[in-house]
Design a protein around this ligand. Structure first.
Ligand SMILES: Cc1cc2nc3c(=O)[nH]c(=O)nc-3n(C[C@H](O)[C@H](O)[C@H](O)COP(=O)(O)OP(=O)(O)OC[C@H]3O[C@@H](n4cnc5c(N)ncnc54)[C@H](O)[C@@H]3O)c2cc1C
Length: 269
């Protein structure tokens, strides 16, 4: 299938993006790496009247350390995230996203805005307590990752808003484990363990509409339990849905093992 017709605007500033989206009145879409949007257009699951290409906007492709965190510009490609050394958890995560071609084009802002339940970056955003900078007609605002992700492929972004950057706090310890059927496939389950402000967080992707914090597992650790006990508690509290890739019990079992591995990588036994 081919995309339905649309107007194309190549924006040279964030202000131009916001203005064009506002004029489109809910019928405009940002085009970043195109790795998720173009298939959606080709399948005619979306028919925007205008596409706003943000790829030529300067200054949105950098990764900068700031005050115990790393600022990632919305146009930072996954390949750049994988190659940077400021935030090792982000580097490890980005290596697991799709294949080389997808990592070369796909952007951090696009992945966060697309909010795919199986995507890696949203899990790390929730796991680290990341904040997302957003520009819109009403000005600039910042939301936490928790506030941004509403449901599968649904965020709290307004129609005229653009993500300009994401600030990922630096965890003092971390672990990452993912299970996919084949290398480069979307994850069936992703587990991310982070220690932020002396507290260990267990965050799981692929088991719900949005990344899930396994708080029962976190409490087991806070109370002095072992990694195995925490993984068991965490996997018991999640409520995965079955799909053609795996039954709910299968995902739960995989989640327990991924959590255990992520805890081990974080040095938690
Ligand atoms: C074969 C294949 C395999 C893949 N495997 C994985 C995988 O394993 N893990 C994974 O995480 N991802 C995977 N992806 C998706 C990939 O990571 C995409 O890069 C990402 O989901 C979207 O980023 P993008 O820059 O391509 O955004 P686009 O496709 O351009 O846009 C996606 C959506 O986000 C919106 N958008 C884009 N940028 C912004 C912004 N700055 N502000 C507001 N809205 C914005 C667009 O309007 C659109 O609705 C895969 C894709 C393909 C085609």
């Amino acid at each position: 299938m081919k995309c339905a017709p649309f107007d194309y605007v190549r924006a040279s500033s964030v202000e131009e993006v916001v203005k064009t989206l506002a004029e489109a009145d809910g019928d405009g879409k940002i085009l970043a790496g195109g790795q998720s949007l173009v298939p959606v257009l080709a399948l005619r699951m979306a028919r925007p009247s205008v596409l706003v290409d943000v790829n030529r906007i300067p200054g949105l492709g950098s990764v900068r350390p700031v005050d115990g965190a790393v600022e990632v510009g919305a146009l930072t490609r996954h390949s750049r995230l994988a190659a940077q050394t400021h935030h090792p958890l982000l580097a490890e995560t980005a290596k697991w996203i799709g294949h080389t071609a997808i990592r070369t084009r796909g952007t951090a802002g696009g992945s966060i805005a697309h909010a795919d339940p199986a995507a890696e970056l949203p899990v790390v955003a929730v796991a680290t307590g990341a904040t997302v900078s957003i520009a819109g007609s009403g000005g600039v605002r910042t939301v936490t990752a928790d506030e941004l992700f509403v449901s599968a492929l649904v965020t709290s972004l307004d129609d005229d808003e653009m993500i300009t950057g994401i600030r990922f706090p630096q965890p003092t310890r971390w672990g990452f484990a993912e299970f996919a059927r084949r290398h480069g496939d979307f994850a069936l389950v992703t587990a991310v363990v982070t220690e932020i402000d002396d507290a260990v967080r267990i965050t799981v992707g692929g088991v719900g509409a949005v990344p899930v914090r396994a708080e029962a597992g976190e409490r087991v650790l806070a109370d002095g339990g072992t990694a195995r006990e925490a993984a068991a508690a965490a996997s018991a509290e999640i409520d995965p849905t079955a799909d053609l890739h795996g039954s709910a019990p299968f995902r739960r079992a995989i989640a327990a093992e991924m959590i255990r591995r992520a805890l081990a990588q974080a040095g938690i036994q």
